[in-house]
Design a protein around this ligand. Structure first.
Ligand code: HEC
Length: 173
């Protein structure tokens, strides 16, 4: 029994890991069309060169810095594109964004806007944090599906893991 319960447990664990990975990648806006071009501009700045690479200010996850650089991830593509046009035309006046936007043509703006619109609204930190719950879920699954004993130690460990996750997510928003 002891020998055969290990593969079952491993199976339960791996399916939970895959499930959690699938969940953290899920995003309601991911149906928006985006091309690799948008990502290239976001990471490389397009014609404007690396000093205008969007990620260098707006962050790899497009969440901005929460102070002076706004979040782009998950915003409406049409809105983002319009802002880029307005910066480039100086209708929206900002020296930094004028410099970043003026190098982009219509296709570039559409592509980079679609990229940020499609970037998961869930931050990388939240996604990573949620995945930390897997051991606790797997242990609870083991107790429920395989009748493994629920020890005070397991309860304490699970409570600590889940509590830590709750704190992180509440802080990050
Ligand atoms: C040097 C830093 C920097 C770079 C590089 C940069 N941005 Fe920005 N971005 C800013 C700042 C600061 C603002 C806020 C400006 C304002 O108050 O209007 C902003 C605002 C924006 C906005 C308006 C958001 C809103 O909610 O209205 C968009 C869209 C945007 N940036 C897209 C981009 C794109 C796309 C790129 C890359 C091509 C880029 N940014 C590169 C700093 C930067």
């Amino acid at each position: 029994m002891g020998a055969c319960s290990i593969p079952v447990r491993a199976l339960v664990c791996s399916s939970l890991v895959l499930f959690a990975a699938a969940c953290s990648g899920a995003d309601s806006r991911s149906t928006a069309a985006f091309t690799a071009d948008g990502q290239v501009i976001a990471m490389g700045g397009g014609e404007g060169g690396p000093s205008n690479a969007c990620f260098s200010c707006h962050g790899l996850d497009g969440l901005g810095d929460g102070v002076s650089v706004p979040r782009l991830a998950g915003l409406d593509a049409g809105y983002l594109q319009k802002q880029l046009e307005d910066y480039a035309d100086r209708l929206r006046d900002d020296a930094t964004m004028y410099e970043a936007a003026r190098w982009l043509d219509d296709d570039d703006r559409r592509a980079v806007a679609a990229w940020y619109a499609a970037l998961p609204a869930l931050s990388a930190t939240s996604a990573a944090t949620v995945q930390l719950s897997v051991p606790a879920i797997a242990a609870i699954g083991g107790a429920m599906l395989l009748a493994e004993p629920i020890t005070p130690r397991l309860l304490l460990a699970s409570a600590a893991i889940l509590g830590g996750i709750a704190l992180t997510i509440r802080k990050k928003g």
